[in-house]
Write a protein that binds this ligand. Structure first.
Ligand code: GAL
Length: 656
């Protein structure tokens, strides 16, 4: 008996021993490794040389580029992951990255910021019982230039199921937003700010069959409404608050909605909405494209739910001939004329005409420049011509300026003291305020110097809180959570901007290639819109308008969801963490109800519970499904819902 037991144990031990094996990271299928630049390299660096960290050469491993994400299914079969990580010696000097390992969504390793020449750090993590693993290389907060991160000598010690690269399950598009009916539905903000005595333009966003008749009761004498288009123009009345009642009527019915017009100093009392060309067309943008964009906003109904800015990004000015960047010849030319006046390139023959065209449709026009001598894409910047340029933009009739940082960085000391960092924005902020028209000011300096703390004070209405989101599209949940960290600084007229809605057809974030379907699943695209709405983030769609399909319009154009974004309180939702990758977003609304997002950042569906104690309400509560625009009944203590992989269920809690 004893002998039998011994033999059995010995056999079991031997089979355990035999089962432990090494699986090298570089043998996994790399199709699902997403990175912001180039392709992952097997057993060599991004520069196609031997993997080398601080002089040490490694035979095996992966050469990747930040931002990179590699999701791996372990299915509880792996015991350890070990690797030596660091920046490759062949990268330029200014790279810096952070290596992270996430086990079932929980961070189990972070290298901290690493620079080139720094000795490799050893990763050694216990992964027993873990289902999914993520290997991340992030940009350490300073952009992705030269971020060649190596996972050298990277291997799994496996005793059960072998690790396999995770491939996102395909998902067919589905429509949540009900079709708008024929009767009028007035959308748009409930409160609108403008500066006294300036030109006023507001188009009442209204769904429903045309023709339609509009009435605006309480309209001050300085303004007039075109009753057939619903466009209000004139001059903003003297300082004060004006309670308007808007009515729209057609053969199918009538709708009424209040609008509080606040004539004062604060613009953008609700987050800006519109379209920006960048992530669809990059340096291919033309005047024709911008005019078409205005028409498409009207034709598709996007304008009827509130998208009203039509914004040109970089590349509308001239560039110098450049053998490396090879700008389009029609975009090469002198930056300014003899009098110092900025010259748009040949694709923009008539900037005033373009702004007029957009205004004639009741929409607003925006443009972009940089405080440096050149913009990020190498076009003329505003440096030393700030006053001329601000005046010119106002003269042309633009309503919005996005002000980047690029090339200004070459003019300042490093590390840059806060006042030097603020200087160009303070200057442009003052200049814009001096113009005889309302010009919204968006600071695009990626969150430097904690811009959310001072962006409003120097005249901004919104500021980017991070680098380009195009490089991190598969991390929208993580990007949102990071943006929410600055929620206390956000208020009406002062918005944190986590970058544009990049859904539908978008181009590669490096500006190469024509727009293609983005690599977010339909659920992730709904999540994008849900998160941005719950955060009260500016809603700029930056995909290809010419390729809008029913699905993308369905995501962009749900007035109930947009109403959460445009809520007059302007609150950014707070996070209630339920586990590492599951959380609630809870946002107070002006009518006393709460908007709640049941958020699942996991790779698998999960049931999420919104307990009333977490939401901050008690007693019976009415619940409305905001995407489906459907009342779900009343619930005594909590609301529970299955949430798809990387999905958000958005509800409104409490009777209005
Ligand atoms: C980046 C900016 C992008 C885009 C680009 C233009 O710095 O973050 O949103 O404007 O410049 O070159």
């Amino acid at each position: 008996m004893k002998r039998l037991l011994f033999t059995t144990l010995a056999l079991a031990f031997a089979s355990t021993l035999a089962a432990v094996e090494t699986v090298w990271l570089d043998t996994l299928d790399l199709q699902s490794l997403h990175q912001s630049w180039g392709h992952p390299q097997i057993n060599r660096s991004m520069r196609e040389k031997p993997l080398t960290i601080a002089g040490q050469v490694y035979e095996r491993g992966l050469g990747t580029h930040a931002t990179s994400t590699f999701r791996i299914l372990l299915n509880r079969g792996t015991e350890r992951f070990t690797a030596s990580v660091g920046l490759d010696d062949a990268a330029g000097t200014d790279g810096s990255v952070v290596f992270q390992v996430l086990a079932d969504g929980k961070r189990v390793y972070s290298s901290g910021a690493m620079k080139r020449g720094q000795a490799a750090k050893l990763v050694d993590v216990d992964l027993r019982g873990v289902r999914t693993l993520q290997l991340l290389v992030t940009d350490a907060g300073d952009g992705i230039t030269n971020d060649h991160g190596n996972w050298a000598d990277a291997r799994f010690t496996v005793s059960g199921a072998k690790p396999i690269a995770y491939v996102v399950p395909p998902e067919a598009p589905y429509l949540l937003t009900p079709k708008a009916g024929p009767a009028p539905r007035i959308n748009g903000p409930l409160v609108y700010g403008a500066r006294p005595g300036h030109p006023f333009l507001y188009r009442i966003p209204t769904q429903g069959t045309r023709p339609m008749m509009f009435v605006a009761a309480g309209l001050p004498a300085t303004l007039k409404l075109d009753p057939t288009t619903g466009i209000i123009t004139g001059l903003t009345p003297p300082r004060g608050e004006y309670a308007l009642t808007l009515t729209a009527k057609n053969g199918a019915g009538q709708a009424t909605r209040p609008l509080k017009l606040v004539s004062g100093d604060t613009l953008s009392l609700t987050p800006q909405m519109g379209w920006n060309h960048w992530y669809a067309h990059y340096n291919r943008v033309t005047d024709v494209m911008m005019r078409e964009a205005a028409d498409i906003l009207l034709r598709t109904g996007m304008a009827e739910v509130g998208y009203d800015y039509v914004n040109i990004d970089d590349c509308w000015m001239n560039a110098e001939a450049d053998a490396k960047r090879k700008p389009d010849p029609l975009r090469i030319g002198p930056f300014r004329d003899a009098a110092g006046r900025l010259r748009p390139n040949q694709h923009f023959p008539d900037m005033k005409g373009l702004a007029d065209y957009i205004h004639a449709r009741g929409l607003k026009a925006g443009l972009y420049t940089s405080p440096g001598p050149k913009t990020c894409a190498g076009f003329a910047g505003a440096y030393q011509h700030e006053a001329d340029d601000a005046r010119l933009f106002a003269e042309w009739g633009f309503d919005f300026l996005k002000y980047d940082w690029c090339t200004y960085g070459t003019l300042v000391t490093k590390p840059t003291p806060l006042d030097e960092m603020q200087k160009p924005y303070r200057l442009m902020g003052d200049l814009l305020r001096q113009q005889p028209r309302d010009m919204v000011f968006n600071l695009c300096q990626y969150g430097m110097g904690d811009v959310w703390q001072w962006g409003a004070e120097i005249g901004g209405q919104s500021w980017r809180t991070a680098g380009d989101l195009g490089f991190e599209l598969d991390r929208i949940f993580e990007v949102a959570l990071k943006n929410i960290e600055h929620r206390d600084w956000q208020k009406p007229g002062a918005w944190n901007d986590p970058d544009y809605l990049q859904i539908g057809y978008v181009g590669n974030a490096r500006g190469e290639g024509l727009p293609e379907p983005c690599n977010l699943t339909p659920t992730e695209q709904y999540s994008f819109m849900s998160l941005w709405s719950l955060m009260s983030s500016p809603l700029f769609f930056s995909g290809d308008l010419a390729k809008l399909d029913d699905f993308t319009l369905n995501v962009l154009c749900n007035p109930d969801v947009i109403a959460v974004n445009q809520d007059p309180l302007g609150q950014c939702a707070r996070v209630v963490k339920l586990d590492d990758e599951v959380f609630l977003l809870v946002k107070d609304l002006a009518d006393g109800t709460k908007a709640v997002g049941l958020c699942n950042a996991r790779e698998a569906p999960v049931t999420v519970t919104a307990k009333w104690t977490d939401v901050g309400v008690s007693g019976k509560q009415a619940v409305r499904d905001l995407w489906r625009q459907k009342e779900l009944g009343t619930f005594a203590t909590e609301f529970k819902s299955e949430v798809r992989r990387r999905g958000v269920v958005m509800i409104k809690v409490g009777a209005p």
